[in-house]
Design a protein around this ligand. Sequence first.
Ligand code: AMP
Length: 355
Amino acid sequence: MLPARSTIGILGGGQLGRMLAVAALQLGYRVIGYAPAGDNVAADACTAFITADWDDAAALAEFAAACDVVTWEFENVPISTVAAIPQPRLACPLRALEVAQNRFHEKQFIAELGGTPAPYTRVESEADFAAAITRIGTPGILKTARDGYDGKGQWRVRSALEAGGVRLPGVTCIYEGFVTYETEFSVILVRGQDGAIRFWDSTANLHDGGMLTQSVLPAGALVEAQVPAARELAAKTANALGYVGVLTLEFFATRNGPVFNEMAPRVHNSGHWTIEGAATSQFENHIRAICGLPLGGTATRFEAIDMRNIVGDAALTAHRILAEPGEPHLHLYGKREAREGRKMGHVTRVGHALK
Ligand code: AMP
């Protein structure tokens, strides 16, 4: 168990890091963040923050030496950066990051554990793409194998004719069949150092243009019926990786059961509701897990939950939201620039069923 005033290192400087840091400070820890120059909103909540490139060996050595345990809030931290941290200090296994960074490996890994991903194939060339369209058909989605998030690096292909007009991005891609689903949902679990696993309730997740916009509970009968199988796969994944901390798996609820979409070896946007809505938040339980503290309960405390992202102009939206009835819980991330499509904050409403 890591004593109070020990130092937790967080790789990545976004809002997930910010909320992890708040949870860590509450538990009496110090936090050092590390990320390349940018709008690192985690820095506001950190005891110290190192702004340096991912490949800055001297800065990384300084960071690692100052930390008792290191975690990440961003799954695209280069493997070489994480490998530079002495392994005993790494809270979560490097393998989890390796698997999650490549959509191809991720789907293969999950399929080997008995999960069902959408039909997929690797695309390196025009010939591969043509073969993929023939084998998997349309509609489908072409995705870069690496570095995709929030719908970036994705191209929908509605027909074979449309496929002819798609220009490959020049990096390894995968092409996957479009899944016809009723709802999207996620399984978020926390696994302790002793291997014990706890799950939060699964929300129904709504997306717009590939980006999460809303998470709601109750998630509906179809999701509820598919949660046990999805949880079993998520637990197998966490166990196979020897994972410690919060792990997220995203699914499509289809008529034929849960189809695996992707995993995130970290706290997740669809778990933000747990701050107000669950006995212990995903952020606090991640910190507890990596510090070897007893895990907190994950039960939902309300009949209904509604978490919505604030995308774009946070200031205007915040004013409007706070004037609304129903005790909205507003979280703004302190980002400097409200670019279109940028997650600026979120608002969680708890209580009885909401429309
Ligand atoms: P991803 O980055 O892979 O999670 O994709 C972002 C979002 O795009 C998902 O949450 C879905 O809403 C949509 N999407 C991605 N892949 C598929 C698919 N194979 N079939 C249907 N929708 C998809």
